[in-house]
Write a protein that binds this ligand. Structure first.
Ligand code: CP
Length: 307
């Protein structure tokens, strides 16, 4: 059996291309399982997983939990908002108390960059990063790559424009690493204030013209304006942002060819995407969500079986 080169999924940066390809190949098998009348396999019957979420989530939390249940794992869920974290307990104490209950794998979302990397230095369970601050969201990038491959046949050679609030996005960095490792060309597009100044050093193209970015791309991965992470005003108003960077049908109708439109969710409808685009045949947003379950099954199955 092929195994991953890592014990934890902390980010895409430290995965090899072979690791990513193995995850996508395994996810294809699990997607087929998920389309059977009986969607469950006994692969993680002996494994207990704790989902510990210190930040809000809809898609990622539910997708991991469903993936664990489809793999027959035992699952416990922890939300910081109603836990003893509120009484001052540290991250390490919280996790060590959970592990004392004989937990084998921890899926964690945390607002602090590097929180899962810190845990990996202190505990023996497998760790899956479900998003650490503005840093990485590896399973989102993997499900995005899986979806591109499903829609366009391959990721290699494709042109992907990541459009929106790049500065505050963990999806952007994981996508850049993942797409480049799989052989895609990547462009980031947004207002100057929402693109980190040194990002071109990662080998991505940088644009501030959304029409040019759309004309160049095969795929537009549109990101949310993360107002909750913005301490200062990065653009004059949401109305102005939407006018210059929002993607609506009129903008897409000017292009020579249709584009695959992606969004990790949650969408700010009418800001980065109009409803007529979000709900159009070119949007694969719910396919991304569907594929997320298979991709997360693959990640947890592979981590539990070596690496
Ligand atoms: N895409 C994503 O991470 O969504 P949630 O914040 O709802 O998990």
């Amino acid at each position: 059996m092929k195994v991953l080169s890592v014990k934890h999924l902390l980010g895409i940066k430290n995965l090899t291309t072979a690791d990513i390809e193995l995850i996508l190949e395994t996810a294809s098998y699990f997607k087929e399982v998920l389309n059977r009348p009986i969607k469950k396999v006994p692969s993680l019957r002996e494994v207990t997983v704790a989902n510990i979420f210190f930040e809000n989530s809809t898609r990622t939390r539910l997708s991991f939990e469903l993936a664990q249940k489809r793999l027959s794992a035992d699952v416990i869920n922890f939300a910081a908002s109603n836990s003893s974290v509120k009484k001052g307990e540290t991250l390490l104490d919280t996790v060590n108390n959970i592990l004392a209950m004989k937990v084998d794998m921890v899926v964690m979302r945390h607002a602090s960059v590097g929180a899962p990397h810190f845990l990996a230095q202190h505990i023996s369970a497998n760790i899956v990063n479900a998003g650490d601050g503005t840093h990485e969201h590896p399973t989102q990038a993997l499900l995005d790559a899986f979806t591109i491959k499903e829609k366009l046949g391959d990721v290699a050679g494709k042109k992907v424009a990541i459009i929106g609030d790049i500065t505050h996005s963990r999806v952007a960095l994981s996508n850049i690493f993942c797409l480049q490792k799989l052989g895609a060309e990547v462009m980031v597009c947004g207002p100057t204030t929402l693109i980190p100044r040194h990002l071109h050093q990662l080998g991505v193209k940088v644009s501030h013209d959304v029409d040019a970015a759309l004309a160049w791309a095969d795929v537009a991965n549109v990101l949310r304006i993360q107002l909750e992470r913005q301490q200062i005003q990065y653009f004059p108003s949401l109305r102005e942002y939407s006018r210059y960077f929002g993607i609506d049908k009129a903008r897409l109708d000017k292009l020579d060819a249709p584009k695959v439109i992606m969004h990790p969710g949650p969408i700010n409808r009418g800001v980065e995407l109009s409803s007529d685009v979000a709900d159009s045949e070119h949007a694969v947003i719910l396919d991304q969500v569907e594929n997320g379950v298979a991709v997360r099954m693959a990640v947890m199955y592979l981590l539990a079986n070596g690496g």
